[in-house]
Design a protein around this ligand. Sequence first.
Ligand SMILES: NC(=O)c1ccc[n+]([C@@H]2O[C@H](COP(=O)([O-])OP(=O)(O)OC[C@H]3O[C@@H](n4cnc5c(N)ncnc54)[C@H](OP(=O)(O)O)[C@@H]3O)[C@@H](O)[C@H]2O)c1
Length: 307
Amino acid sequence: MSQQSVVMTGASGFIGARFQAALLENDRSVTAIIRPSSPNLGRLSPACTIVRSDLHDKEQLASACSQADAVIYCAGTVRGRGPGDFNAANVKGVAHLVGALNHSGSQIPFLLISSLAAARPEISDYAQSKFLGEKELTSQANFPWTIFRPPAVYGPGDTEMRPFLRMARRGLVTRLGPSDQRLSLLNVDDLSDAVIAWLDSWRKCQGQTFTLDDGRPGGYDWQAIAAAAGYGRHFLLGIPRPLLSVAATANMALSAVFNYPPMLTPGKVRELTQTDWICDNTRLTQATGWEPSTDLQTGIRQMFGDA
Ligand SMILES: NC(=O)c1ccc[n+]([C@@H]2O[C@H](COP(=O)([O-])OP(=O)(O)OC[C@H]3O[C@@H](n4cnc5c(N)ncnc54)[C@H](OP(=O)(O)O)[C@@H]3O)[C@@H](O)[C@H]2O)c1
């Protein structure tokens, strides 16, 4: 059997870089579609074929996918001031790639890495963009598609959760949500394994949207996160929502002055303060046989190199 050839977007990102490594380790060839302005080419393996193309160049997108056996869309924007910042990668890029594949009559399977946030489009510009990206795929694609909606993902290469987890390992846990909040989490290498399982079983997944997490039923409360991260006693510091909101408003103003894409925004505060973000693996496991293997304690220890 010839080697399966996978085209992916977002290979230079935190999650995409791990996918790329897992695909190569599992004997797939990888073609990475990377925007010409990417500052992260160093994250790409020399074993990848690189296509330098913006996500709006339908001709180049179609050409990059012409010999592929599968497409994985993992590009995305997780920081921004408004819809315009999120839409280029989260909505329009999906629409253009779907349009390019439709135009070429492609029938190869397509996996979209969306987010649990897509289920609550009203809470933030990010959530709305993930919802709209899914809609572009589900309403337009003339080829078999699958959507993964992961919760917060952590692991090697992550810059968003790392500072929080580093502090938690030293015993200080900053609780950003309500005290009764419950959160599903997922190690990036388990997510990569789920993608490999999908490649093997995409026919059983087509036309479906799956949530997936590390298998802890009902997710984690903050005590459990603190216990998994630390080595002994810990202190849980609850950040009041009004304080988070003030910080988010100030960050929006500063980001406009200093021209950087903000992570903490009023929309992010609404995401952080939801009472739950919970996944259930049952359907994905039934369809593909995939099961996560890394609990939070092990995952954090591996991330910081002490496992
Ligand atoms: N991290 C999480 O906890 C989490 C949870 C659930 C879902 N997700 C989803 O997973 C995906 C990847 O997230 P991540 O954490 O890996 O993000 P990341 O580290 O910021 O990586 C984003 C990737 O998307 C590419 N990209 C961004 N804007 C682009 C554009 N306009 N055109 C072309 N490429 C663009 C980036 O390329 P450059 O190198 O050019 O910047 C990079 O490869 C996103 O769709 C995100 O919504 C993430």
